[in-house]
Design a protein around this ligand. Structure first.
Ligand code: FPP
Length: 246
């Protein structure tokens, strides 16, 4: 049966976050260099973005480069950054045609100049779009983000712009790079790894986690539908009992 038609559009997750993993292993399986995996991963980015927007998902966040990824061989880092610039330039038009807004989270100023520039251009060119927001996590790590928020709040206290008693979930969230974006309700990780790897640690407090053995370059629309169907079959209780939800 057609998977898409099994999705209840009234109960879509508003925000889906994805840890795109397994590019390197997929390439190895095909006897190709790791970069071949990243290149093919772009196809999956395109398909996933299209599928999410078609369904009516409001936010899609993709973990494209972690703070820890700087530890990879320089050649691979360069290839990934070049691929990002290429893809951003090429896809801005498609994003506009599909009314998709681009945003980014992470320590963006530390990205190579070219990547930063292409990213800012993409964000600016799509800023008026309203159908879905595609958030790229670049040079992102949740611990960096949380520490950054703590520093921002401490600074405000030092400057007497904030009182300690005013620190709460709302003021804290405001200092995170995701402020204004609802928490992800569904987090998908590909490639069979069942870790969170420093991704959106604060924001996934109540997210449903979905792990699939599929390597990212093979992830297609139907795989996203599978994840959403699985999500919709779960009972989200937020600490309440089943009876209270009924
Ligand atoms: C993880 O696979 C993938 C990455 C670290 C990079 C993801 C980047 C892309 C899919 C391309 C560019 C993205 C956009 C948004 C245009 P891995 O290399 O860790 O694979 P492995 O675990 O098998 O080694």
């Amino acid at each position: 049966m057609d998977l898409k038609s099994q999705i209840n559009l009234e109960k879509l997750p508003r925000h889906i976050a994805v840890i795109m993993d397994g590019n390197g292993r997929w390439a190895k399986q095909h006897g190709k260099p790791r970069v071949f995996g990243h290149r093919n991963g772009v196809k999956s980015v395109r398909e996933t973005t299209e599928a999410a927007a078609e369904l009516g998902v409001e936010y899609l966040t993709l973990y494209a480069f972690s703070t820890e990824n700087w530890n990879r061989p320089q050649f691979e880092i360069n290839a990934l950054m070049t691929l990002l610039v290429e893809t951003l330039r090429k896809e801005v038009e498609t994003l506009n045609e599909n009314n998709i807004r681009l945003q980014a989270i992470g320590d963006l100023t530390k990205l190579p100049k070219k990547t930063y520039k292409a990213l800012m251009e993409g964000i600016k060119a799509t800023s008026q779009n309203t159908r879905m927001t595609l958030v790229l996590a670049l040079n992102y790590s949740a611990r960096w983000e949380i520490l950054n928020a703590v520093k921002e709040l401490a600074q405000k206290i030092d400057n007497k712009q904030l009182k300690q008693a005013e620190i709460n979930e709302k003021t804290f969230e405001h200092a995170l790079s995701t402020h204004g974006i609802p928490d992800p309700e569904l987090l998908i990780r590909t490639s069979g790894e069942t870790r969170i790897s420093n991704f959106l640690l604060w924001q996934i407090a109540y997210a449903e986690l979905y792990f699939t053995p599929i390597f990212w370059p093979e992830f297609r629309k139907n795989n996203l539908y599978d994840a959403i169907i699985d999500f919709q079959q779960r009972e989200r209780r937020f600490g309440k009992t089943s009876e209270q939800l009924a």
